[in-house]
Design a binder for this molecule. Sequence first.
Ligand code: COI
Length: 363
Amino acid sequence: MTTLEFARERAEPMPAEQREELLRMPGFGSLYSDHMVTARWTAERGWHDARTQPLAEFSLHPATMAFHYGQTIFEGLKAFWRPAGQHVLFRPRDHAARFARSARRMAMPELPEADFLAAVEAVLRVDAAWVPPARGHSFYLRPFMIAAETHLSNRPAEEYLFAVIGSPARPAAAEPAPIRLWASPEYVRAADGGTGTIKCGGNYGGSYVAQREAAERGCHQVAWLDPRERRYVEEAGGSNLFFVEGDRLVTPPLSGTLLAGVTRDSILRLAGRLGLTVAEEPVALEDWERGCREGRITETFACGTARALAPVGHAVTPDREWAIGDGTTGPVTRRLLTALLDVQYGDAPDEFGWLHAVTPRRE
Ligand code: COI
C-alpha cells in the first residue's frame, strides 16, 4: 500500500527539439530530466512531504550530517522505451528491496516498497518524453537518501531526505569495448561485517584511490580481491564478475563482501535458459590467470545496471598481465548481453516477470 501522497508542481519542460537533440547521444550521468521526486522523514512524523517537483538544487546547512558522516545510500535502475507509450521499469521491486537493506545497514529509515515504486513511477510518468527510444538507450533512475539533520553529533540522524532523479543514458553497446582490470594488491573494497553488500556512498568514495591507481596502469577498473586472503577475485569496480569456462558460467558467491547485483541475478537466470551451467564459486586470481593461459577460461565479463555487460580483455597485476581469450568480446558474453537486452526492449518474452509497465501521465 502506498502511504505517501505525491504533491505535484510542474516544471517548464525543455523545448522538445532541444530535448530530442540531447537524447540522440545522451552519454551517462550528465543529463537530467525536468523533474524530481523528494520526500522527508523525521522521527516524529515518519515519511511525509512527498512531492514531484521541478529539478532544482537543494539548499542544505553546512552542518547537514550527510556532509560529515556519510549516511548516504542510493540505487540505480533503468526504464526502457516502448512504442505504445507505456514504458517499462526493469526489476524495480528488487531495487526497492536492496534500498531497504541498504537503509537498515546504515541505520536509516526504510522506505516502504510501495513508496519506492510510486516515487520512481512518478518521475518516469512526468518525464516520459525523456526516455530515449533507441535500442540500447535507457532512462536511468537514481533514487537516493541522505541524512538531512543539521547537527555535528556522531550518531544516526533524526531527519532524512529521499529523492529520485532521472537521467537519459547512453546505449549499452551491442559490441562493448573490452576493459582492462587492475588487481590491486594494496586496497580492499569491503570487509566482513562491513558495508560491501549494500549501496552506500562510502563504498564508492573509498574505492577511488585504487581506481586512480588502475588508470595509472592503463586499466579501466579495479579487480577487487577478497579482504581475508587477498586471493579471490570478487568484483570489478562497482560491478559483479563472471567467468566462462567451457559451458560453465562461474561467478563469485555472495560471501558477505559483494554487492548482490540485480544484473548479476538476471545473468544467472538467463544463463540457465541459454543452456549454460551456472556456479557460484570463489575464483582465485592465480586460477583465473592459469585458466586463461591454458585456454580453459575463455571469457570474463563485468556486469551492473548502468553498464549492462562489459567484456574484460586483460588482467594486470604488479608483475604480470594476461589476456582473456583473444582479448576481444567472446560469444557467450555477446549472447548473454543480447538475451538481457532482448528482455529489456521487449524483443523476447519476459519469462521471469522482470518488467513493470508504467503509463505516462497525459495532461
Ligand atoms: C549501477 O550500475 O547502477 C551502479 O551503481 C553504477 C554507478 C556507480 C554508476
